[in-house]
Design a protein around this ligand. Sequence first.
Ligand code: SAM
Length: 353
Amino acid sequence: MQKSSPIGFDEFMDMALYYPGLGYYSSGLPKFGEQGDFITAPETSDLFGYTLARQCSDIMDGENDILEFGAGSGVLAAQILFELARLDKLPKIYYILELSAELKGRQKKSIKKVLPELIDKVVWIDTLPFDFSGVVIANEVLDAIPAKRLVYKDSAFYEMGVGCDDDELSWEVFDSEHMNDKAKLPSRASNDYKTEVNYRSMAWIDSLYSSMKDGLVLLIDYGMDRAEYFHPQRDDGTLRCYHRHKANDNPFVNVGEQDITTSVNFSDIAEQALESGFVVSGYATQAMFLISLGIEQYLSYESDESKRINLAQQIKQLVLPSAMGESFKVLALTKDLSVALKGFDEQDLTYKL
Ligand SMILES: C[S@@+](CC[C@H](N)C(=O)[O-])C[C@H]1O[C@@H](n2cnc3c(N)ncnc32)[C@H](O)[C@@H]1O
């Protein structure tokens, strides 16, 4: 029998998702779409990427670039490039920074298949660029950055670690040091209240700022402001795992074969962004962001009745509150950029952060 000392949940999540060859995102599993475990907005409809491209087009000046983090199957890159080509607003380079070697290969294949004429615009990079100018996009990336899990006990938050006893994984609370001084946590909570805090995302925002000369950052993810994140009723936190389109709350089963995510605390992200030097230029629900940019106009471009009905269904999936419309938010950060962002014409909830 072997018992090892516990590691932080963020370290566990990092290995379960990204361990070379074995982690969920590093292995050859389908992951996205109907054959996989979950469906993201660009997998739901091309109109998501086309509409996002409309926002990018206001910043594209013929000299600047796009940088997409965690490009998944490559479908969003293809949608954005397709629409920007149509609008005659292509970036000089479309960079993709992807951690998973397996996904890089998949992205290359899928973009080349649908846009062979634009594949040379796409450049895969492994580290942040220097002096980047243009638009940075991260759709459902922050939720995949490893978070720490905390529990409230005896008037303080403590970090929950992951222990391993005889090949059995289990939660183990680190009782040496409490977390209240390190993160903006509720001053009080019910006993055994659990939540998450994502220091790695905050560090990521800071390095992103340093790597940019000027431009816009669009962060799209499921998440909420701090008050909602730490709502007393959310007493089991936001940690969720996805396996074959079913959600569960046990990260210790199907390790390497299921997605592990936590919702984004957009107040933490916005505060870090301000501290780093960004301007917080907009925060809205995904629904209002897409509506502000005129997603429904794409219906009128389609003359075939049955295709139009199909597109209308996809739009509903992206904007209805019961689907992705309200649980997903868009946060816009800018550095040395003075362009009014159309995506926030109808709604800007920055005051809530
Ligand atoms: C849930 S998937 C989203 C994929 C895609 N953006 C989409 O919307 O379909 C999360 C993606 O983020 C990537 N990722 C996570 N952390 C990252 C980081 N620090 N830098 C770049 N990519 C990252 C993963 O490898 C994966 O491709």
